[in-house]
Write a protein that binds this ligand. Structure first.
Ligand SMILES: Nc1ncnc2c1ncn2[C@@H]1O[C@H](COP(=O)(O)OP(=O)(O)OP(=O)(O)O)[C@@H](O)[C@H]1O
Ligand SMILES: [Mg+2]
Length: 442
């Protein structure tokens, strides 16, 4: 993870329009972690991450930024919704489970790296096992010339398996041990142990089922799992993963405003939400959490919290928690111009999505530039007149414009459909200007 802040921002620019401040702050926080890792252990221990609080109304790109980060990052990263946690002792997920989720994510990253490094070994293991099934070995006593023949057959068979030619053939696999992976990180470690012993009991009961007929194609993926289990050192993967989550892990805490208790409802303060906030304190501040894979210290995990704060305000969070998110960034609400850019300049923009979807029906959809401008204008107007739901308005607006075309697509195979500005006006004007209508339709 040695991207410079500029590179990170440039990457995000492909997907999220404007919101430069938020991108910049996040990029800097990520770079700071990289810089820290280059320092002496002593200094490393001193440098604490500065957690970030992103504030912006609904539909302006908060979650989108985190989704894109998650795809780009090679460091352990998870995104969770604050609202799904409950206070310890209540039914539901306790906040510590987010740390366990982070560790699981870290393990899958490290494991994928190891699999990549040992790809050849793993592929050979899989290939040998399958060829063995398709071509039973020769008895020891055969003549040299037979052995040569066999060798040629074997090589030919290897090629056919590799090319996928044999994928539909059925072979019988025997399983050493039915391996049931319980990755339910919801469970505290004590429970996980109980589950593990259960799965062992089950696998011994199922002894007769140890053989199973599968296609070569399925065998490839099953054996791949078996191979990485046998060939990779899971203990060292776990240790590495734990270390990485501890030093570089990032938790994106979405919808944090949902656990704030707004002043308006103060009379009925919500003990459960406050409880979650209190439970969060030690984790964000730094504490030790026990996971199935070992104990992890949360001191250096970076937290990025985000919320719309429509009903509540950041100051409605308990002061201790506010203090743990020193960096604040505000996301701007979207202008007509920004909406236009979201339609035209993002990778996989909505327009491209519709074009691809209708392409499946053999239809070519063309959006004239004027039409796109009109869509942006009317979407912005609808946001002004009713609730501001940001870029989400584009979804509803486009759906309204294209619903008939989309419905009748089968009758227009091979045709080209041009969306003009007039067409957009025709579909939308009435709806947008009528308050009641737009509340229901857009
Ligand atoms: N600045 C932007 N650039 C590109 N796309 C955007 C932008 N803002 C929002 N979108 C698009 O709008 C949709 C909603 O955005 P997102 O999920 O990020 O909202 P949010 O800020 O998390 O809102 P909420 O507070 O309601 O969770 C997504 O499909 C996203 O791609
Ligand atoms: Mg969101």
């Amino acid at each position: 993870m040695d991207l410079t802040p500029k590179q990170i921002v440039a990457y995000l620019d492909d997907y999220v329009i404007s919101q430069h401040n938020a991108k910049k702050t996040i990029a800097l926080a990520l770079r700071t972690r990289y810089r820290r890792m280059q320092l002496s252990q002593e200094l490393q221990d001193e440098i604490m991450p500065k957690n970030i609080l992103m504030i912006g109304s609904t539909g302006v790109g908060k979650t989108e930024i985190s989704r894109r980060l998650a795809k780009m990052m090679k460091v352990p990263f998870i995104k969770v919704e604050a609202s799904k946690y409950t206070e310890v002792g209540f039914v539901g997920r306790d906040v510590e489970s987010m740390i366990r989720d982070l560790v699981v994510n870290s393990i899958s990253i490290v494991k994928a790296e190891q699999e990549e490094q040992n790809k050849e070994k793993i592929d050979n293991y899989v290939l040998n096992k399958i060829v063995e099934k398709l071509l039973p070995p020769l008895p020891e006593s055969v003549s040299e010339s037979k052995k040569d023949d066999y060798q040629r057959l074997l090589e030919a068979m290897e090629k056919r398996v590799q090319s996928g030619e044999m994928d539909d053939k059925i072979i019988e696999l025997e399983f050493d041990k039915i391996h049931v992976e319980f990755n339910d990180t919801n469970l505290p470690p004590e429970m996980a142990k109980v589950q593990e012993s259960f799965s062992q009991i089950f696998s011994s009961i199922n002894k007769e089922d140890k053989k199973k007929e599968v296609t070569v194609k399925d065998a490839k993926s099953i054996l791949k799992l078996e191979a990485s289990h046998k060939l990779l050192d899971m203990t060292s993967i776990n240790t590495q993963a734990l270390q990485r989550a501890e030093d570089g892990g990032i938790i994106f805490l979405d919808e944090i405003d949902k656990i704030a208790v707004s002043e308006k409802s103060q009379g009925r303060s919500d003990p459960s939400k406050e409880g979650v906030q209190r439970d969060l304190l030690p984790i964000v501040e730094g504490s030790s959490v026990t996971t199935k894979y070992g104990v992890i210290n949360t001191d250096h995990i970076l937290f990025i919290a985000a919320g719309a704060f429509h009903v509540s305000k950041p100051s409605d969070l308990i002061p201790e928690l506010q203090g743990r998110f020193p960096l604040r960034v505000e996301l701007e609400s979207l202008t007509e111009e920004t909406l236009y850019k979201i339609l035209t300049q993002t990778q996989n923009s909505l327009l491209k999505q519709y074009q691809a979807l209708l392409g499946v029906e053999g239809m070519t959809l063309i959006f004239e530039d004027e039409a796109i401008k009109t869509v942006a204008k009317l979407a912005h107007r609808a946001n002004e007149l009713t609730e501001d739901i940001g870029a989400r308005r584009l979804h509803t607006v486009l759906e309204k414009i294209l619903e008939d075309i989309s419905f009748d697509a089968d009758e227009h195979k091979g045709e080209e459909h041009r969306i003009t500005s007039e067409f957009v006006h025709e579909k939308l004007d009435e709806v947008v200007e009528d308050d009641d209508l737009s509340r229901y339709i857009l």
